[in-house]
Design a protein around this ligand. Structure first.
Ligand code: COA
Length: 162
């Protein structure tokens, strides 16, 4: 696959990568902006199985990619339909990993969009840098302590920067 930098490679996700995904998503620095809070172990397991495990109930159309540095998975991204999501291990932040993932997830010719919590400044800046623009507010689906309004960012395929 792509080789976006000399220090890491982008490759397809493999189900054996789920352990590494779990370790990154259990880290509060990643979990809070990604989920809105640190998930208890059982909930994290269910989300990983649903989104990353490929088992029954897994989204039909998805593209998953991950970034490996020194033999270790340090970031991963998922696309379901037009919606994309991604995360990076904190010790690899600010080294272009998310940029490589988002570009990979946007290679599909359809319009892509992402939903981010409104206080997730890092992701908002990243998306704007890659040509995404604010496209509306998605209110929390239900009242709960973790529910926070999400901002929807979208980019038409034709105007996407590469
Ligand atoms: C947001 C996140 C994915 C960024 O990953 P990353 O690999 O560090 O991002 P990059 O190195 O590709 O940075 C690209 C741009 O994003 C912006 N950015 C990244 N981290 C930032 C930060 N802490 N503060 C402000 N802007 C930031 C910058 O514009 C940066 O460009 P620059 O380095 O030239 O200034 C990472 O912080 C993360 O995993 N966060 C938790 C999970 C999450 O929020 N996922 C997205 C929601 S689906």
């Amino acid at each position: 696959m792509d080789s976006p930098g000399s220090s890491f490679i982008l490759r397809h996700f493999d189900e054996s990568d789920t352990l590494a995904v779990r370790a990154i998503l259990a880290d509060a620095a990643v979990a809070v902006p990604f989920f809105g809070r640190v998930l208890p172990g059982d909930q994290l397991e269910r989300r990983i199985a649903r989104h990353w495990g490929g088992g029954p109930g897994a989204p039909e159309r998805r593209i998953v990619a991950c970034v490996v540095a020194d033999g270790r998975l340090v970031g991963a991204g998922l696309r379901r339909g037009a919606e994309i999501g991604w995360f990076v291990a904190p010790d690899w932040w600010r080294r272009g990993v998310a940029t490589a993932l988002v570009r990979r997830l946007c290679m599909d010719p359809e319009t892509a969009f992402a939903q981010v919590h409104r206080d997730n400044l890092a992701s908002i800046r990243l998306l704007e840098k890659l040509g995404f623009r604010f496209a509306g507010l998605r209110p929390p689906p239900r009242a709960s302590f973790e529910a926070r309004a999400r901002l929807r960012y979208a980019v038409p395929a034709a105007s996407r920067r590469t």
